[in-house]
Design a protein around this ligand. Structure first.
Ligand code: ADP
Length: 560
């Protein structure tokens, strides 16, 4: 693959990878967000249930205490005008009850609203003697039997729930007993628990709250008429009842609403047995952020694992392909080595006949010289005998040179490149082909100079034997073979030219193709193998195009 194409593929793969990550994030973020909100909603509902039941049981305790006090005989006696010890005993009873129950105050009013007895009867701020006839809880209780009102104390200015119940005698009201409950402790507990919670009345005005600044704010806008009534009921002065900014700015939503993901808080609401509602706010954004973060981490981890798996698969496939390629290369190399050997054997077949002749001749001469030597020795002509034996030594050495060359040629190549002298290689090839040269009466013109080239001697000799054998095959009796060495373009060129018929256009076209031969017993491998060997040396074999005959150029790298 060319470079721009692979770069393009890399860029495309990177973009696809990034898109995959973004798409995975979009999907996983949505899932994580919804799950976080569902969990926040659930948490809110559970908190609302628990906090509501705590508030209600607190409320119920005081409601019951007030109900019991409405039947109290001492209370009735006090209302009937008894004072002295009876009044003291009742005051003490209220004091003890208020302390034990944790009420802010418990007190008894007559039909005019005048306080006759009170739990704080001995304190400087005592209600005894105060008239509460103007308070709504008194008037409503006188009218309807009982009433509950959340309001500020007229003296203390502390907010609390007033639970008022009418006392009757003979079906007629004789007074009202009132418990005032303050929720400071409950609010402190809420704050300590870290929950954002508040209770509203039926109009949505915040009465009890974990955040004091929110008291008397509203969760919805109120009409002017309702506002005025509420202000009166709460005894809250003239300050307007403003909507809590969180609600005003729409930062609170129900957990199942579609737009809840953009809200700051999810709201759980629980209806209480009076007409109040308990609201629990659960912060959404932190839970969402944490859920999105952890889901992104797991998405990234999964993608990384997937990527690593892909890489491992690519690696495994590559290494399998690499192995197959290597096996093929090994097979090809083995095959070409076998072909080289085959070509050599074919050459050896031709050479052997000539070499046999080459060896037979000196052997016959050796036999003649040794028998002469024996005769000379018998005659005591030691000088002549020595002369004959010296000739034998010379002939034996010549035979040794020929067989050594033959063995060297037949040997497999080592593959090691060295500096090789061209004249040595030429000499070896001529020795092997000497008999054929002699038979054809061929003339060999040797190069004037020598050159050192980078090659392996045995294989270079094989190339030269192939080329010379082809020239001898092509030439007639008295063929001329011309060997010359030249330097060209930093290469050493050994040219072998003959004066034979040369190469026809057809032969030239398939010259270096395996098994293309014009000879009856030819293999058509010589030139193919010779060219491969030359390429192995970092050189080449070129068929030149001379005017007459054929010429091949062996181009070789000079030895360093
Ligand atoms: P082979 O010698 O077995 O035929 P080669 O590959 O050595 O195989 O040679 C292929 C063919 O090239 C020969 O058959 C011959 O036709 C031609 N050829 C090679 N050298 C010469 C040459 N010096 N003169 C003419 N033809 C040649």
């Amino acid at each position: 693959m060319n470079r721009p194409a692979s770069r393009f593929l890399l860029a495309a793969a990177t973009i696809a990878g990034l898109l995959l990550i973004v798409a995975s994030f979009v999907v996983s973020d949505t899932i994580a967000r919804n799950r976080a909100l569902a969990e926040a909603g659930q948490r809110g509902n559970v908190s609302a249930e628990l906090l509501a039941s705590a508030l209600e049981s607190e409320h119920e305790r005081f409601r019951l205490a007030t109900l019991v006090l409405a039947q109290d005989a001492d209370a009735r006696a006090v209302l009937a005008g008894e004072n002295g010890q009876r009044l003291d005993a009742f005051n003490r009873k209220l004091e003890a009850l208020s302390r034990d129950m944790g009420a802010a105050a418990i007190y008894l009013l007559d039909t005019q609203g005048l306080t006759l007895a009170s739990s704080n009867w001995q304190r400087p701020e005592t209600f005894v003697g105060q008239n509460y006839g103007f308070r709504s809880y008194f008037r409503e209780a006188m009218r309807n039997g009982h009433h509950e009102q959340f309001a500020l104390g007229t003296v203390s200015r502390r907010p609390g729930l007033y639970i008022a119940r009418q006392l009757q005698s003979g079906g007629r009201p004789i007074g009202v007993i009132v418990s005032k409950v303050e929720f400071d402790n409950l609010e402190a507990e809420w704050r300590k628990a870290g929950v954002t919670v508040f209770a509203t009345n039926s109009n949505g005005v915040i009465l009890i709250t974990s955040n004091r600044d929110w008291r008397f704010k509203t969760v919805q806008p109120l009409s002017q008429a309702i506002q005025s009534k509420m202000l009166r009921d709460l005894d809250y002065g003239t300050n307007p009842l403003e909507v809590l900014p969180l609600y005003q700015q729409g930062e609170i939503g129900r957990p199942d609403a579609a737009d809840i993901t953009s809200k700051k808080y999810a709201e759980a609401v629980k209806q209480l047995t009076n007409d109040w509602q308990l609201h629990v706010l659960t912060a959404t954004q932190d839970s969402i952020r944490a859920a999105v973060f952890s889901s992104r981490v797991s998405v990234l981890a999964s993608l990384l694992a997937l990527f690593a798996l892909g890489l491992a698969m690519v690696y495994l496939r590559r290494s399998a392909a690499f192995k197959a390629e290597r096996n093929l290369a090994i097979q090809q190399r083995e095959m070409s080595e076998r072909l080289v050997q085959l070509n050599k054997l074919a050459a050896l077949g031709q050479i052997a006949a000539g070499v046999g002749h080459e060896i037979n001749q000196p052997l016959a001469a050796i036999s003649a010289y040794t028998s002469n030597a024996v005769t000379f020795l018998d005659r005591g002509q030691t000088h002549e005998a020595r002369d004959n034996l010296n000739r034998v030594i010379g002939l034996a050495t010549r035979i040794g040179t020929i067989t050594a060359e033959l063995l060297g040629f037949a040997r497999k190549a080592t593959g090691a490149m060295t500096a090789v002298s061209l004249s040595n290689v030429i000499e070896g090839a001529l020795l092997l082909l000497r008999d054929r040269i002699a038979t054809l009466n061929a003339t060999i013109q040797l190069p004037k100079d020598d050159a050192l080239v980078q090659a392996e001697a045995v294989r270079l000799e094989q190339v030269l034997v192939n080329l010379m054998a082809n020239a001898l095959d092509a030439g007639q009796q008295g063929v001329e073979i011309n060997l010359s060495i030249a330097l060209a373009n930093g290469f050493v060129e050994l040219t072998l030219a003959d004066n034979g018929p040369g190469l026809s256009a057809e032969t030239r076209a398939s010259l270096f193709q395996p098994f293309s031969t014009t000879k009856r017993d030819g293999l058509g491998l010589g030139l193919v193998i010779s060219r491969d060997i030359m390429a192995d040396f970092g050189g080449e074999l070129i068929a030149a195009n001379p005017k007459q005959g054929a010429a091949f150029i062996m181009r070789l790298r000079p030895a360093q």
